[in-house]
Design a protein around this ligand. Structure first.
Ligand code: GTP
Ligand code: SPV
Ligand code: MN
Length: 622
């Protein structure tokens, strides 16, 4: 089949298979395989129209215009926010739904205790009837996309079928969409199948809701057949399947089998006053500071940071014994609240236009607002649900998980080579979380194995990025708890194995950080944001061997005089509290770690148990 024909081909007329027969047909390879799959999905979901997305500007313009007409998007005032739109989701569809997210591996133990497992055949027979006819009255979009530069050595291709034009517009920002991806498929490149339906078929003549979705939700991953099926939600990671579903859950499984890592990490280049360049990746749980650190504006003179990625990094050991990283995405889906001139000026500048905002507040002048954008709220607003709002009402105007979708290229400090196919060699890996107590501002792992242990024991207070109780402490190893597509104990083992492929003197050094420790008065002890550069500065001087690390029970700490706190209002008492290590509460943490490791029923690698024993030994003597 010629590539040009794909945009005009009618749906396969034979494609009226019953849901039960679905998936029985061998697909073949290349474009034939792709079109056979599209026909199968169309036969199942029965859309009114099929639209092959070519990723062109004209197509995107038309899509956005259509969504404005349909009431899905509100066009913002171009005087303030050119090319930008506001979407208001259904109030029940505002975040990832982890309880409805499944890993359908053949064997239950391959999903592990931290994932919801479903037997593939069982869950297929549950969801297939839901997808049957689910796109009636709607357009089915076929979106070919590449994660990483098209054709790059670390890149991977996917195709998303969706009945949500909002998802299409988002995928076009977040990934590389277009005909060059089809060309790769035509050339025989493997691709991941992702199917998404909001689950809101229309009767003839029925008008769609502005934000169609379904109370019943399923986000199902089939790691063996490289498929994602998502039903019922139009929001974020539930609907932009390239992101968490593919680039983390499915990619982590591909990485396990191929010898690389798919990680929930931001990626930056740090340039010191001497012009030396370092590459740092950092894994923090959702809404714990990745986008902010990715756009760091150092408050110490002479330092610069260039953004490479803000959410996901794919890491692969190179021939040179270093660990190389790419950002597979092409845009940012960032948390709006808390993003302001004083915290993340770069993000504010990135959002000057061409941005889709979801669930933020609308100003009377047709611009957007959210808590933290400015110190003072405007006198009146329309809140994220479309209701009149004034500050006196005492509830937030923007949803706590409201977001912006904007292309990475628009970031003023994006690295010139951010989309280079080879990526960058890592000098440091940071693990962090939101911890009001116990965890110091920064601690260095003694070696790779200890670093893997630190990653495996990360816990963090829950945020609004997913459904659940905000503030509740939970384990979130490597910030991957909701995103690892296989047994996390095996994943820990895979990290250890990757370490063996690195040259010991070239492997990235591992650190744990915590910007969120609080004093007894409940305030953050560390100013955070731009001042986090002070911690990075110490990390880099450790890498260069310019300062000693002080051994403690939990790892290496800075000497007080080595952390540059000139010009910031952190008192000696605050510093002491930021680094205080209470052996008794750390021993309690160690007990919880043991409990956590035990849930994996013997699968946690022995070196991590040895690290736990060594930690306890040191704590008992501290
Ligand atoms: P996801 O996109 O959900 O993965 O979140 P993220 O990890 O990118 O988090 P983001 O950078 O958007 O920050 C989430 C929230 O934490 C925002 O409200 C920020 O203002 C706040 N935050 C980020 N960095 C810091 C920091 O250094 N200190 C403090 N106190 N808050 C921070
Ligand atoms: C996160 O929750 O980590 C996000 C938002 O980045 S979502 O894409 O919805 O997963
Ligand atoms: Mn983010």
């Amino acid at each position: 089949m010629a590539l040009a024909d794909i945009f005009t081909r009618p749906a396969d007329s034979a494609a009226t298979a019953s849901p039960r027969a679905f998936g029985m047909r061998p697909l073949g390879t290349g474009l034939e395989g792709l079109t056979a799959w599209v026909d199968d999905i169309a036969a199942l979901t029965q859309p009114d129209r099929i639209h092959w997305v070519d990723g062109s500007r004209a197509e995107n313009d038309a899509l956005l215009r259509q969504m404005v007409e349909d009431g899905t998007l509100i066009k913002l005032n171009p005087e303030w926010r050119p090319g930008s739109y506001l979407a208001r989701s259904h109030p029940s569809d505002v975040a990832r739904t982890e309880a409805r997210t499944f890993i359908a591996s053949e064997r239950e133990e391959d999903a592990g205790p931290t994932n919801n497992w479903a037997a593939p055949d069982d869950i297929r027979s549950t969801i297939t009837p839901l997808f049957a006819g689910s796109m009636k009255g709607r357009t089915m979009y076929v979106v070919p996309f590449s994660m990483g530069a098209v054709g790059g050595p670390l890149s991977h291709i996917g195709v998303q079928i969706t009945d949500s034009p909002y998802a299409v517009a988002s995928i076009e920002v977040m990934t590389r969409v277009g005909t060059d991806v089809l060309r790769e498929i035509a050339g025989g490149a493997p691709w991941v199948k992702t199917v998404h339906s909001v689950g809101a078929p229309l009767e003839p003549g029925q008008k769609s809701d502005a934000w169609p979705c379904n109370d019943e939700k399923y986000i199902v991953h089939f790691p063996e057949t490289l498929e994602v099926w998502s039903y019922g939600s139009g929001y974020g990671g539930n609907a932009i399947l390239a992101k968490k579903c593919f680039a983390l859950r499915i990619a982590s499984v591909i990485g396990r089998d191929e010898g690389w890592l798919a990680e929930h990490m931001l990626l930056i280049r740090v340039i010191d006053p001497a012009g030396r360049r370092y590459h740092v990746a950092a894994a923090f749980p959702s809404a714990c500071g990745k986008t902010n650190l990715a756009m760091l504006k150092p408050t110490i003179p002479g330092w610069r940071v260039e953004t490479l990625g803000d959410d996901i990094a794919w890491l692969r050991p190179g021939e040179d014994g270093r660990l190389w990283a790419i950002n597979p995405e092409a845009g940012f889906f960032g948390v709006a609240p808390g993003t302001g001139e004083s915290t993340n000026q770069t993000a504010v500048e990135t959002l000057w236009g061409n941005t889709i905002f979801t669930n933020v507040a609308l100003r009377p002048d047709g611009d957007v607002w959210w808590e933290g954008l400015t110190d003072e709220a405007p006198a009146e607003l329309t809140d994220w649900q479309g209701n009149p709002w004034t500050p006196a009402m005492g509830r937030p105007a923007a949803h706590p998980n409201s977001r912006f979708t904007v292309s990475a290229a628009q970031c003023p400090q994006i690295a010139a080579d951010w989309d280079s196919p080879e990526g960058v060699p890592l000098d440091a890996i940071l693990f962090g979380g939101r911890r009001a107590t116990n965890v110091p501002l920064v601690v260095e792992a003694t070696d790779w194995t200890h670093g893997v242990f630190l990653g495996s024991t990360i816990s963090s207070e829950r945020t609004a990025a997913a459904e659940g109780t905000v503030g509740e402490l939970r384990r979130d190893p490597f910030a991957m708890l909701p995103f690892c597509g296989y047994n996390m104990a095996d994943y820990f083992g895979h990290w250890l194995k990757i370490g063996q492929k690195l040259r010991f003197d070239r492997a990235p050094r591992v650190f744990q950080v915590n910007w969120f420790r609080k004093g007894s008065d409940g305030r953050f002890l560390w100013p955070g944001f731009g001042d986090n550069a002070r911690v990075i500065d110490w990390i880099i001087r450790r890498i260069e061997g310019e300062v000693p690390g002080i051994d403690s029970a939990i790892g290496r700490l800075p000497r007080a005089e080595d952390l540059d706190i000139e010009g910031i209002a952190v008192t000696d008492a605050d510093m002491a509290e930021l680094f205080a290590i209470d052996p008794a509460s750390w021993l309690r943490e160690a007990d919880l770690t043991e409990e956590f490791f035990q849930t994996f029923e013997g699968r946690v690698p022995a070196p991590l148990w040895a690290e736990l024993a060594a930690l306890r030994y040191r704590l008992q003597r501290a």
